[in-house]
Ligand binder design. Structure first.
Ligand SMILES: Nc1ncnc2c1ncn2[C@@H]1O[C@H](COP(=O)(O)OP(=O)(O)OP(=O)(O)O)[C@@H](O)[C@H]1O
Ligand SMILES: [Mg+2]
Length: 331
């Protein structure tokens, strides 16, 4: 069957403060299969929202096109839009109306009414686990509950495809869990196609069938989580915080040559400024990092290096981003 979404060389330029074109998205290309959860993972300003804007018909591309269920978003916008729904990054609800009233209001905008509207609203309240709070005003809801209503609005038109732009930002872990479960159920119970965006590696890693890592308006890597992680190899990353201490390069060389599994040992004197309050760290890449840990600690002790903390990071999407950009994905 044809793909649900085909994005061809999509680009968007905005006018910068000096009047020159600044490309927020510079030629992205991807395909999303039906009933797939596809994520755009990238830091602030990567171009995720701008991409969603273009493939949902809200923003006119400077270049390129997206084909949604066979319809071009630039040339057959009406047909394409009927298949989709967008859950925006910003909450767009009426605070003084209840959850049910909000859903009914947006349902009428979609042309629903009568028994059909009531049925859909009931289903959505049930699906988003809000039935018992349905008659409370939105202004009394937590951020996480508002997000769930926001998602509910996106389900009113029974879309085949839903875009969810950072739906877990600023909500507590319990509500985040519920949002993630909702996303999985959209795929598993409703066979929907989901485009999900986030700058949080853990959740993208958990829910996505495939991931595109975005940075500065480009997709810099794409694949299943497993495929992406394979690109950085299977080495664990061991991070030893050493504070203001300076580290002798000879110690790093010994770690690298004398301890089984270690491939690289590096020292960064100041993640956050040098001198007093510096947050220096030794980073060691090792196969089977946990077994390399005890001899590394012994070696550091013998060299009179005090270790303030030790962290073992298994290969993850964070490591993929770090490997490709030299920067951490976290803020
Ligand atoms: N209307 C606009 N006019 C000018 N520049 C814009 C406009 N919208 C977005 N940009 C710029 O485009 C770039 C990409 O922004 P975008 O909102 O798509 O990123 P994002 O990946 O969604 O980031 P975030 O995680 O912060 O939501 C940013 O540098 C942003 O400042
Ligand atoms: Mg955004």
């Amino acid at each position: 069957m044809a793909a649900m979404v085909e994005v061809h060389d999509l680009a968007k330029a905005f006018k910068g403060s000096d009047g020159a074109d600044v490309f927020a998205v510079q030629g992205v290309q991807f395909t999303i299969a039906r009933s797939e959860i596809y994520s755009l993972l990238g830091p602030n300003g990567a171009g995720k929202t701008t991409t969603i804007g273009m493939i949902s018909g809200l923003l006119k591309p400077t270049r390129g096109d997206a084909v949604i269920g066979g319809f071009s978003i630039t040339k057959q916008a009406m047909d394409a839009k009927k298949l989709m729904s967008v859950v925006p990054q910003e909450i767009a609800l009426y605070p003084t109306l209840t959850a049910r009233q909000n859903l009914e209001f947006f349902g009428r905008i979609f042309g629903l009414g009568g028994a059909e509207l009531k049925k859909r609203v009931d289903e959505i309240l049930e699906f988003t686990d809000l039935t018992d709070r349905a008659n409370e005003k939105i202004e009394k809801f937590s951020g996480g509950m508002k997000r769930r209503v926001n998602i509910g609005v996106g389900l009113l038109n029974r879309p085949q495809l839903i875009y969810m732009d950072e739906p877990t930002v600023g909500i507590d872990p319990q509500n985040r869990r519920r949002v993630l479960d909702t996303v999985l159920r959209l795929r598993d119970e409703m066979q929907m196609t989901v485009l999900y965006t986030s700058h949080l590696m853990e959740e993208v890693q958990e829910i996505s069938d495939r991931v595109a890592i975005m940075d500065h308006g480009k997709i810099i890597a794409e694949g299943t989580v497993g495929q992406l992680i394979q690109t950085v190899g299977e080495e664990d990353r061991l991070i030893f915080k050493v504070g203001e201490q300076q580290i002798d390069p000879a110690l790093l060389a010994r770690m690298q040559t004398e301890i089984a599994g270690v491939t690289r040992a590096m020292f960064d004197p100041a993640e956050h400024g040098e001198g007093a309050g510096a947050d220096g760290a030794i980073t060691v890449y090792a196969k089977r990092g946990r077994s390399a840990l005890p001899p590394l600690i012994t070696m550091a002790n013998d060299a009179n290096v005090e270790l303030f903390s030790v962290e073992v990071r298994e290969p993850d999407l964070e490591a993929v981003f770090l490997n490709m950009t030299g920067r951490a994905l976290r803020d």
